[in-house]
Design a protein around this ligand. Sequence first.
Ligand code: ZN
Length: 483
Amino acid sequence: MFSEKKVIDLSRVVSSRDALRILPPAMARRLGVLPIMIADEKLYVVMADDEDYLILSQLENLVGLPVIVLRAKTPESVSIFIRKYYPEQVSELDGTPLGLLEEIVFRAMLSRSSDIHFDSERDNGFVRLRIDGMMRVDQKLPLANMNELISAVKVSSGLNIAEHRVPQDGQLTLWIGNDEVSMRVATVPTLYGEKMTLRILATESTLAELAELDMLGMNEQHLQMFLDTLESAHGVILLSGPTGSGKTTTLYAALRHLKKPETLHILSIEDPVEIPLDGINQIRIDSERVDFNRALRSTLRHDPDVIMIGEIRDAETADIAIKSSLTGHLVLSTLHANDSVGVIARLLNLGVAPELVNSALRLVIAQRLVRSPCPHCVQMESPSTVDREFFGWNDGEMLVPKTVGCPLCNQTGYAGRLGLYEMVSVDRTVREMIRNKESEDALSHYLFHDQNQLTLKADGAEKIRKGLTTPEEVRRVVYLNDK
Ligand SMILES: [Zn+2]
């Protein structure tokens, strides 16, 4: 249930459009009020000074609704978020389709959405946002406005505006505040018109928020392992995880951590470049025209200290990656495998000699993303019998988060995400086991039993106990490769 006495974490709430519209920007800034939502015909707000009753009565007169004041963590956070939601420079495009597009993209950026969807149904159009991996309706539009909006995107992204019957792809760049936002645009014909999807490619400033190493959700031990390995001058660090598991964010966070343009030459080779990074030479590979491995070989002649390779897909790339690390480079890349031990097996399967793996490989990371419970409605409960069995919990007193759903999380029960990690540091014993061609099971036993390293599941279990995620989320992402 939603409680008015809860302290609101503004970084994990997205103010609704209706609520924002009810208060003009100048008023919001002057009164120090940020509308959060309208529910049961009441306006919920946070205020910079939540004991100023004069402002409260002014506000009620102004909006014509009873106002409920929620408490924010700090008055400063209210001011920061008022500036975020109501930026000073007002767009001259207000009321035009392009103005509406800018507003939608702005909201998507505020809510850390990965995609924007424009859908047309029989009577209405819907703007939906993908937030933390889940779809959410952001607003309903008359069909005519939706069509204007879709045309505006087509014009700005170089698509054929007259063509509605075949799918089209393009690229769109908008300036939102001080941020240059790039998006990949795709259209497809549907029963009632066209569907359009905008994939937001993160910008340097969203990345700055996302990809600080200590924001990835690694526990202290994992973070230390990762940092220690990044400090070493050469060797290979490999990441694995399915699409959408946050691998790219981790890699970029590593690059940002290493970024010392005056002392290090960092070069990345990607297909495609997902996020432009200052101070790093990013080479974009168009796999249809440029041969990935030829490009990779030529980059080595540019004398990099650190190389990031988007993905190792074949034996040749694996070979170049391993050999360049042996000539004094630090190489970061991803490789497809179910878990960390699987990465080592896959490298060997690609034909890399065990002694080369042993001399080059420093660290393997497997990762997944799980959602965090909404702090405004989460409850704690005793774990179910199934969960006790699955996670091996036998503490009768322990409590785990149970999601509920409230207006602040759009009834999803979740807000925000964090990573689960499994890390293998290639030590002397691991090297010996690789040399002796021991089985994956034997390696797993040594690492996760003898050495007591955390598996993805064990890391998940720890994070559930800390209230950072739920049993359902961890089961969802580790179920397929339970150890
Ligand atoms: Zn909630």
